[in-house]
Design a protein around this ligand. Structure first.
Ligand code: FAD
Length: 426
């Protein structure tokens, strides 16, 4: 990886903003297809990131990137299932992924994102992309409505330094929750029914399940279903534990510091108390909020949005990295086709979006169901055991397969309350 002063070009087929999974995937596939690619990441790699739990459908893009063997050899815990615990502490039977059309892809991983994202970036570099770290994209250069390149500054240099200009036939915005281009073009629309806040931390010595449950993601509801915890086992006896609820409930105002919110929510969840009984927090408790949105357009002439730079639903089903990989892959294919045809219109660069949105819509519906009063996986499966395959398909990420959507003929279109319709915490 190089820094901006070592960049040896001012011109590329593709310039990419951001070195998370979406940007790295697009960079790898486009460089692998013979295009000149330069990717700018503002942080020093490896950099911290939340989002440790993968879902099985990541397998296919990771396989195309040539990374499955490296993941198999890694120390990342293997994840065979996801499990839900009700507000009364009842442990529902896990969704073991290999119960549904078993395949090598039925098992996935829980990853430290700094290591995982670095691996993706090094792979992009090995395929021929130039990866520039500590490089902050400050502007996209437009000629009318057509993106023509980017302006970039060193993230560690003096603020007064002049940015350099890199001309590109296509600009890919993979800037994550920064939503760089969507902000500039005013395309971002928050989801008022998914206005959430999260507090989380990394613990050593928490209760770990054994055997093939050791790497399971566990989702635990708190009393009254006001919030839910994730429990994601990581290497070296570490576990990522976080709590998400409506923003107004989680952080009702001044005095809502991370520790008091954490203690309040742990007190409402005996199952997580049990897991944390002998655990120690390593590092700070962290918070994030208001992270669910979509964009009204995701491509224009010479530009395209991928990953969180385009949309983010909610962390509950761990779909974020998968959708970042998948959108990076679908956009890369559209860009390669557009470059070959000398057609880099918004229509060409966004040609994958309709199919993508249909699949993402299924995660979105299941997220809405999760936050709707009265919904529970346990009662759904008791009343409709025939749903289990479709439900598991969505939890595994197989949202682009035909027929999965029929789940919602039974579940219906649930609509959770808006944040401003909820009562604050007491
Ligand atoms: C609370 C929470 C929990 C989550 N848990 C999970 C989970 O368990 N599993 C899961 O799959 N997903 C999870 N996610 C979602 C997941 O983290 C994201 O969906 C995923 O990281 C998106 O990848 P990306 O490549 O689009 O963006 P990112 O991974 O965010 O990468 C974007 C990169 O762009 C860089 N950047 C931004 N602006 C600029 C700029 N101007 N110039 C240069 N570089 C720039 C950033 O530094 C960053 O490295 C979670 C999200 C939240 C909020």
């Amino acid at each position: 990886m190089v820094t901006l002063d070592q960049l040896n070009t001012r011109k590329a087929d593709v310039a990419i903003i951001g070195g998370g999974p979406a940007g790295a995937t697009a960079a790898t596939l486009l460089a692998g297809a013979g295009h000149s690619v330069v990717l700018f990441e503002r942080e020093t790699v490896p950099r911290f990131h939340v989002g440790e739990s993968l879902i099985p459908a990541t397998y296919w893009t990771l396989q195309r990137l040539g990374l499955i063997e490296r993941l198999k050899q890694s120390a990342f815990p293997r994840k065979f299932s996801v499990q839900f615990v009700t507000e009364t502490g009842k442990i529902t039977s896990p969704f073991y992924f290999d119960e549904f059309r078993p395949h090598e892809s039925s098992q996935t991983w829980q990853v430290w994102r700094d290591d995982f994202d670095q691996m993706l970036l090094e792979n992009a570099e090995a395929r021929g992309a130039q990866v520039v770290q500590q490089a902050h994209v400050s502007d996209v250069i437009f000629d009318g409505e057509h993106a023509r390149g980017v302006r970039v500054r060193s993230a560690v240099g003096a603020a007064a330094e002049e940015p350099i200009e890199v001309q590109a036939r296509v600009v890919v915005d993979a800037s994550g929750q920064t939503t760089f281009l969507a902000n500039r073009l005013k395309l971002k629309r928050p989801d008022p029914r998914l206005k959430k806040g999260t507090v989380w931390g990394y613990f050593r010595g928490a209760v770990r399940d054994s055997g093939r449950d050791e790497g399971a993601t566990i989702i635990l509801q708190t009393e009254g279903k006001r919030s839910w915890f994730w429990n994601i086992p990581l290497p070296d006896d570490m576990v990522s534990i976080g709590c998400t609820g409506s923003l107004k409930y989680m952080f009702p105002g001044a005095g809502s510091d991370a520790h008091s919110v954490w203690e309040r929510e742990v007190a409402r969840c005996p199952a997580i108390q049990h897991r944390l009984a002998n655990a120690t927090l390593e590092g700070p408790l962290r918070t994030t909020r208001d992270f669910s949105y979509h964009t009204t357009r995701s491509a224009g002439d010479g530009w395209v949005l991928v990953g969180d730079a385009q949309s983010f639903i909610d962390p509950v089903y761990s779909s974020g990295v998968y959708l970042a990989l998948k959108s990076g892959e679908m956009a890369a294919d559209a860009i390669a086709e557009g470059l070959a045809l000398n057609d880099i219109s918004g229509e060409r660069l966004g040609s994958w979006k309709k199919k993508y949105d249909k699949g993402v819509g299924l995660f979105h519906k299941l997220v809405y169901a999760f936050y709707s009063p009265g919904f529970s996986f346990g009662s759904l499966l008791r009343e409709h055991p025939e749903c289990k395959d479709q439900l598991a398909s969505i939890l595994m990420g197989n949202v682009f397969e035909p027929g999965v959507e029929t789940l919602f003929d039974i579940v219906g279109d649930a609509v959770p309350p808006r944040d401003d319709e909820l009562v604050p915490a007491t």
